[in-house]
Design a protein around this ligand. Structure first.
Ligand SMILES: Nc1ncnc2c1ncn2[C@@H]1O[C@H](COP(=O)(O)OP(=O)(O)OP(=O)(O)O)[C@@H](O)[C@H]1O
Ligand SMILES: [Mg+2]
Length: 394
């Protein structure tokens, strides 16, 4: 039986569809790394559009001469109970680089001696080491001189390229980068990366995450006054077109069939977002041709399964965030003043939460200065829950 996964499995090539243009564009740019042209990237796009899947696929197929490290900030965010510290972040980058080295054991062996020498130098300069080590490389316990450790970690990828003949480039993906906003000083961190990228000719960073295009963090990293000042190559991942959606379903679904009107309705509900296409197809009957009525009924009956992505997100939100979201469901798009009239917290608190929701890719900001829910499926899910259960999910 064919299956369309709602979480991308290990065997990504079996389930992954299309994105040939995006893959070509990114690979063409990444191939310049070995020539010393290190582009930096910012990958944007709706939640569930396939940013993480695309990057995992791209990393998986890089030539051996490039090392790749994937860092998912939500992992450390979870451990840190809602705030990321720079130390933890730098340690996580180091840890993931070491994982990469371990996977490439010849590379690791070649650089190990140098690394240990380097770390011993750090030791002389105020670091204390405890007994922990990763693959025989001692990891310093940070007591002070955070900047020295960060310098070591940030320079490491280029050092690896410089030390090992066969390695020509290093690609680092930072996923869920909007969580950097929880750093005490996120701007300083972006500038830190920027300052190192200027001296590193064979290292590329790719930032991506669940963040709306109008979020402040995008400006902070790549806006005119941001750390990268527009120099990052910003690539927006688009939904599947109608035709791609149709072909994708024909190719990968378990024999789902539509009437033309049924398909129109399906496309309107999923808007070509792979996460929804997959979760919706998984609950559609495959022994009958789906009409608009079947689509509508299936959607209402199975909304929790279709909008599963939002159930996960909802569980992570606090009361104020949920309350604001339900206001958008009730009243549609609103400007700051209209929202202020409907809530009883201060302007500062309201602005803080609007920014948080925007950095989480939940609301967007339009040209006419109104905030609105970035995703129709979230709205639909909440509406159906309210209609069927009398209240919004807690
Ligand atoms: N090209 C694709 N082919 C098939 N399925 C895909 C594709 N891209 C994404 N998907 C499906 O959509 C789901 C969501 O994709 P993914 O997690 O990569 O999105 P995302 O953009 O990283 O979302 P978020 O913003 O929430 O992090 C995946 O679990 C996968 O099942
Ligand atoms: Mg993702």
């Amino acid at each position: 039986m064919k299956y369309m996964p709602i979480v991308m499995p290990e065997d990504i090539d079996k389930y992954f569809y299309n994105r040939t243009n995006e893959i070509e564009l990114l690979n063409a740019n990444l191939s310049l790394l070995e020539k010393g042209i290190p582009n930096q990237y910012l990958l944007t796009g709706y939640r569930g559009i396939g940013k993480t899947s695309l990057l995992k696929k791209i990393l998986k197929h890089q030539p051996k001469k490039y090392l790749t490290t994937y860092i998912d900030l939500s992992a450390i965010y979870g451990q840190q109970k809602g705030k990321i510290t720079e130390e933890e972040l730098i340690k996580e980058i180091l840890h993931q680089i070491e994982e990469t080295l371990e996977e490439n054991s010849t590379t690791l062996n070649k650089i190990k001696e140098k690394l240990i020498k380097n770390l011993n130098q750090l030791k002389l300069k105020n670091y204390t080491f405890n007994n922990t080590s990763l693959h025989d490389i001692p990891i310093p316990t940070i007591t002070e001189n955070y900047s020295k450790l960060s310098k070591f970690v940030m320079e490491l990828p280029q050092k690896i390229v410089d030390t090992i003949d066969e390695i020509k480039g290093y690609i680092i993906v930072i996923d869920e980068f909007q969580l950097l906003k929880t750093l005490e000083n996120p701007e300083a961190f972006f500038w830190l990366i920027r300052s190192y990228t200027q001296k590193q000719f064979n290292v590329s960073y790719i930032f991506t995450g669940s963040v709306s295009n109008t979020a402040e963090i995008i400006t902070m990293i790549n806006g005119q006054t941001g750390a990268f000042g527009g120099r990052m190559l910003q690539i927006n991942i688009n939904p599947f077109t109608k035709e791609q959606t149709k072909n994708y379903i024909d190719e990968k679904s378990n024999n789902i069939k539509f009437t033309p009107e049924g398909f129109e309705r399906f496309y309107k509900c999923t808007r070509g977002i792979p996460a929804y296409i997959n979760s919706f197809c998984n609950i559609l009957p495959n022994n009958i041709t789906c009409t608009p009525e079947i689509i509508k009924e299936s959607m209402i009956l199975n909304i929790d399964n279709i909008a599963i992505m939002w159930l996960r997100v909802w569980g992570t939100l606090n009361r104020t965030e949920k309350e604001l979201i339900t206001l958008f469901v009730e009243y549609g798009s609103m400007n700051n003043k209209t929202i202020q009239d409907k809530v009883d917290y201060t302007k500062i608190t309201l602005n803080k939460y609007l920014e948080i929701l925007s950095n989480k890719g939940i609301i967007d900001y339009s040209a006419d200065k109104k905030y609105y829910l970035a995703d129709e499926m979230l709205k639909t899910w909440l509406k159906i829950k309210k209609d069927t259960q009398g209240r919004y999910p807690q």
